[in-house]
Design a protein around this ligand. Structure first.
Ligand code: ADP
Ligand code: MG
Length: 327
């Protein structure tokens, strides 16, 4: 894998027919960031994303990747080195799923056995059932097609992934599943992801860095907790919505971050847990899910288990209502 580069927009602007679509956007995206551009339809998110892979050239300003102006790079090589996923997937209808996933490695001239190995590896990582590989895109559900689209974008192991409302057309269950896969892949790979959405909840769930855009400009950029706790101006406040703000904060932290060792830690379990074990929750669940489970089962403490079903700690209602620390 190439080293994940840093992306920088320097006062980048682009107009269409005299109307600015992106208006002087300056933004640093650190290597390994999960940057989410969020804002209403027409605010310039897609245009910003297309400037990063040089599909659109800025009228003014510049876009740099790893310190080099993308305008000076070979556009085709650049695009092959960047994974790109869009809402409508864009799978080739007459190619099998396996051929679709292997498309970029094939363009890059990898040999057949390497392509086959990579297709197997990346479809495994995205939980695409091997029985789907010889099928055609139309035989797959929307959620499966979008998984294939993400697998295709990841196949050549690009250091940068650009994703333009990739999950917007999915049902809530497929969408949540793919969001989780993407979070996991990002954490495991250290890739730099720039992800576009008009959905603030999706942004809060995924981002390490949120960039709120309106009318071609950045109105606020920062960590999710900072945007939630200190929204700047009426637009950001309005876009966040106010009612369930505390609950959204709970979405930002995983149970594991608030986990405490089992009471009487130090190896032995000194005190039996409430009842014979108590309700269990996955370490990767969010605090909001933990709170929901406590309300459902009328308990104030949950036992935390890892993916192997082993108990790793516990979480108390008091750990939750204090909320994640604002950064
Ligand atoms: P978003 O992705 O946030 O919905 P876009 O970046 O697609 O917004 O578009 C920003 C503005 O630029 C919109 O007003 C849109 O109509 C306009 N625009 C985008 N692409 C083109 C184009 N190729 N030709 C003309 N206008 C465009
Ligand atoms: Mg768009």
């Amino acid at each position: 894998m190439i080293e994940a580069p840093m992306i920088e927009l320097k006062a980048a602007s682009k107009s269409f027919g005299g109307t600015p679509a992106v208006d002087g956007v300056s933004l640093r995206i650190e290597a390994g960031a999960f940057c989410v551009l969020v804002g209403p339809s027409g605010c310039g998110k897609s245009t910003t994303l297309r400037m990063i892979n040089a599909m659109i050239a800025p009228d003014a300003g510049a876009v740099e990747i790893g310190g080099r102006n993308v305008a000076s790079l070979d556009a085709i090589a650049l695009r092959r080195s960047i994974g790109y996923v869009i809402q409508s997937v864009g799978l080739f209808p007459h190619w099998t799923v396996a051929a679709n996933i292997g498309a970029v490695p094939q363009l890059l001239g990898w040999d057949k056995s390497n392509i086959a190995r990579r297709v197997e590896e990346i479809s495994g990582a995205l939980q695409i059932d091997p029985s789907l590989l010889p099928r055609y895109p139309r035989e797959l559900s929307g959620g499966q097609q979008q998984r294939v689209g993400v697998a295709r974008a990841l196949a050549a192991d690009p250091g940068i992934m650009l994703m333009d409302e990739p999950f917007a057309a999915l049902d809530p269950v497929s969408r949540a599943a793919l969001q989780n896969e993407l979070r996991r892949l990002h954490a495991a790979s250290g890739k730099t992801i720039v992800f576009v959405t008009h959905d603030m909840n999706e942004a809060l769930r995924l981002a390490s860095q949120i960039v709120v855009m309106n009318a071609g400009r950045i109105v606020q950029a920062g960590a999710p907790a900072a945007i939630l706790l200190r929204p700047e101006g009426d637009f950001v406040r309005g876009f966040l919505g106010r009612e369930d703000l505390p609950l959204r904060l709970l979405d930002l932290a995983a149970v594991v971050e608030k986990a405490r060792p089992l009471s009487g830690a130090g190896g032995e379990i000194a005190r039996p847990l409430s009842g014979a074990g108590g309700e269990r929750i996955a370490a990767t669940a969010t605090l909001r899910q933990a709170l929901a489970l406590m309300l459902e089962h009328h308990c104030a403490r949950l036992v935390i288990e890892n993916e192997r079903g082993e108990i790793t700690g516990e979480i108390d209602i008091d750990d939750i209502v204090v909320g994640p620390d604002a950064k």
